[in-house]
Ligand binder design. Structure first.
Ligand code: NAP
Length: 254
């Protein structure tokens, strides 16, 4: 039956930045669909564990600052997941940062931090996860891209460069790993009401102009991504490779 293809029973999902915002909602969605959850967080908070265990799934917390993590650290984390659960089926590369400043003044350290967390560590963690996925016969990697994987944005040059890079990385890894039964895809959220976009919503002019452009006439919520992440993590998406799926209230159509 078709709905059975969406079930994630006995799957193991590693979600980065799962303690708040979009990552928390996606972790909970995967758990509700049947997956055990490993949360990789810089700041550990209690809400995600409580929600995952209330859904009847196992939960493992890994504390890690991706900025400081080396390739070896990320390999060790994936090794810990496989040691504890026997496999790793799903990786959601969600953790991300944004630093806003006019390009003319953009600092080297902000540039390096944003590219590092939003792009470099996505590559290294994907590489670490793909190794056991190849051994076990397949897996799912879901990157969290952005409208700024398509557009230039305003005063967020490093974020735009990283999210454009993430779109390319999604396609490059999909090309290499599709034949290994690993589906690499991305979700491109529109303007979602989380801490990431709080400064935009606090700026009356930006908030008004953003809202006026969204055909759905509202900001997105973390819950708006729950169905898409379950779909991409499931057998139902088995022939999708290298796609960016916008979940944007119609923003890109304008
Ligand atoms: P958020 O509420 O700011 O959450 C970001 C998450 O990433 C937090 O859990 C944060 O951990 C984690 N993180 C940041 N730096 C990290 C590091 N060095 N090591 C480990 N974890 C780190 O943002 P969000 O809106 O949920 O964003 C999640 C993802 O969606 C990001 O990749 C973002 O670019 C993308 N996105 C968001 C929107 C939007 O409108 N909100 C739109 C498009 C794409 P801490 O709690 O420790 O800071």
């Amino acid at each position: 039956m078709i709905l059975d293809q969406f079930k994630l029973d006995n799957r193991v999902a590693l979600v980065t930045g799962a303690s708040r915002g979009l990552g928390q909602a996606m972790a909970l969605a995967l758990a509700e669909a049947g997956a055990d959850i490993v949360a990789l967080d810089r700041t550990v908070r209690e809400g995600t564990e409580a929600a995952v265990t209330a859904a009847g799934r196992r939960f493992l917390q890994v504390q890690c600052d991706l900025r400081a993590a080396t390739a070896a650290d990320l390999n060790d984390i994936v090794g810990q997941v496989v040691a504890q659960f026997g496999r790793i089926d799903i990786l959601v590369n969600n953790a991300g940062i944004i630093r806003r400043s006019p390009a003319i003044d953009y600092s080297e350290s902000d540039w390096n931090d944003v590219i590092d967390v939003n792009l470099n560590k996505v590559f290294l963690l994907s590489q670490a996860a793909a190794r056991p996925m190849v051994q076990q016969g397949g897996g799912k990697i879901i990157n969290i891209a952005s409208m700024l994987s398509y557009q230039g944005g305003i005063t967020v040059s490093a974020y735009t460069a990283a999210k454009h890079g993430l779109a390319g990385l999604t396609r490059a890894l999909a090309n290499e790993w599709a034949s290994k039964n690993i589906n690499v895809n991305a979700i491109a959220p529109g303007y979602m009401a989380t801490d990431n976009t709080a400064p935009l919503r606090e700026d009356e002019n930006r908030a008004t102009s953003i809202l006026a452009r969204i055909p759905a006439a509202r900001w997105g919520t973390p819950e708006d991504l729950m169905g898409t992440v379950v779909f991409l993590a499931s057998d139902a998406a088995r022939y999708m490779h290298g796609s960016l799926v916008p979940v944007d209230g119609g923003w890109l159509n304008r």
